[in-house]
Design a protein around this ligand. Structure first.
Ligand code: HEC
Ligand code: HEC
Ligand code: HEC
Length: 374
């Protein structure tokens, strides 16, 4: 490319960037603007809209009526219609909670109310809708004009965690299913319309997700004010804080964490998440962490309370499963016995009131024995 053209492009690009900093230009355009056949509603490689339709996100608003506990939940909270309540829609139909000033002229609430749609993750598209199709635009240029950077695992985890963990404790206390954020599993599902390129990405995704989860729960607890209708939800959050703090500290990126202060843990876990997003994993480092986690049985004999131990066990079991899957898929490890023990770990964690820490520990020991066999 010759210099004047490049210069002109930079000037246009800078002008775009300046315009993008005002509210205008950052408006939502709606899923239909992405779905035309030449764009993301077409054949192989252009079929993100079709894949997204099979994804639970597309159905997220309707899904509120599909669980038996939902009616009890809304009744407890004094919500007459979940589909019209921002307390639910903020995650289940987020465009309905957006100020209409942020709708592009062609978009109406009726067209926007489609569960969790493209722009809920990729960001409001008005400003970058046209330009992002240009093949000479780099990923960096696109994100600079407002498209969210979801390639970076730190940015991606930030995009998901708000809806996948940060549930108001009063909603938890009144019967919403508990939300445990783990985005390595999420990213490897068939309904994901993307595929990350690289090796040993699973452990990286897992750890970034857990560090971000710890940061968010720290943040939520730091701003929680007493509310008798939320007691059980706050207790749940405090236990998650303990469990994540305990778990992340076992990793090398997280080894400097510690303490029980929410504010400083929020800052420290954000640092861990950023570092983890840049960490390269290998078969050896994955196996080493797998061994460390499987070797934590002594922590379960002396836990503070059964429900805290059960939550530690649950987050630990998720971590072991993600690391095992990486070792199986990329490292040739194949062990039916480990798989059985992993399933058994999850079973133990279902009983929070009478968590059997010794039984859980014995199951961890089984995994260690299998590992020692090579
Ligand atoms: C912080 C975001 C968030 C908020 C706020 C929220 N939910 Fe959810 N909800 C979720 C997520 C995420 C799931 C999926 C959980 C899973 O399957 O792992 C879910 C699942 C559900 C389900 C189960 C759907 C199914 O497929 O079985 C129902 C029902 C539900 N929510 C109702 C509600 C109602 C009613 C409200 C308002 C009182 C609400 N939710 C508020 C995030 C949220
Ligand atoms: C739940 C969040 C989420 C929703 C909703 C979502 N995406 Fe994505 N999308 C992602 C993530 C994460 C990636 C992977 C990061 C990347 O490649 O930039 C991605 C990647 C893509 C890619 C690049 C795919 C590739 O192979 O490189 C396209 C195109 C895309 N999304 C279009 C869409 C369209 C169109 C919709 C709506 C029909 C949509 N997305 C809805 C999260 C989402
Ligand atoms: C605006 C809120 C929102 C955002 C952002 C979001 N989700 Fe979701 N997600 C939901 C809700 C609500 C559900 C439950 C839908 C249902 O039950 O039908 C859900 C469901 C899911 C499910 C299926 C749940 C299950 O247990 O079967 C997966 C997987 C998932 N999300 C992954 C992701 C990933 C990965 C990201 C980030 C790239 C993300 N989500 C971003 C709100 C969101």
């Amino acid at each position: 490319m010759n210099r004047p053209v490049r210069l002109l492009q930079s000037v246009i690009f800078l002008a775009f960037t300046a315009a993008a900093s005002g509210a205008e230009g950052h408006r939502f355009t709606g899923v239909e603007s992405c779905a035309t056949s030449g764009c993301h509603g077409g054949g192989a490689g252009h079929n993100q809209t079709q894949i997204h339709r099979k994804d639970q996100h597309a159905n997220a608003a309707v899904a509120m009526g599909q669980a038996t506990w939902s009616q009890q939940l809304t009744q407890n909270l004094g919500i007459t219609n979940a589909y019209a309540s921002a307390r639910c829609n903020v995650c289940h139909a987020p465009l309905l909670t957006v100020n209409p000033d942020l709708f592009a002229p062609d978009l109406t609430p009726a067209k926007a109310g489609n569960g969790v749609s493209c722009e809920s993750c990729h960001g409001p598209a008005e400003f970058w809708l046209r330009s992002h199709t240009r093949t000479d635009y780099t990923h960096a240029m696109r994100t600079q004009i407002g498209m969210r950077d979801l390639k970076d695992f730190y940015g991606r985890a930030n995009a998901c965690v708000g809806c996948h963990q940060n549930l108001d404790p009063e909603i938890v206390a009144n019967g919403h299913v508990p939300l445990t954020f783990e985005f390595d599993d999420y990213d490897t599902r068939e309904t994901a319309h993307w595929k990350d390129k690289g090796e040993w990405l699973g452990p990286r995704r897992w750890l970034v997700g857990q560090a971000v989860a710890l940061r968010e729960v720290s943040w939520m607890l730091s701003k929680t004010t007493p509310n008798p209708r939320a007691t059980a939800g706050v207790k749940d959050m405090q236990e998650r804080f303990d469990a994540l703090n305990w778990l992340v500290r076992k990793t090398s990126a997280g080894s400097s964490l510690g303490g029980s202060d929410y504010g400083s843990t929020q800052t420290a876990s954000d640092r861990v998440a950023r570092a983890a997003a840049a960490e390269t994993w290998t078969k050896e480092s994955t196996k080493q962490l797998f061994r460390t986690l499987a070797g934590s049985r002594s922590d379960f004999g002396k836990a503070k309370s059964p429900s805290i131990a059960a939550k530690r066990g649950y987050y630990l079991a998720i971590g072991l499963r993600r690391l095992y899957i990486a070792l199986r898929d990329e490292g040739g490890m194949q062990s039916p016995n480990i798989e059985k023990s992993l399933d058994a770990l999850f079973e133990f964690t279902k009983n929070e009131t009478n968590f059997d820490g010794d039984g859980f520990g014995r199951m961890l020991e089984q995994i260690e024995i299998e590992l020692a066999k090579g």
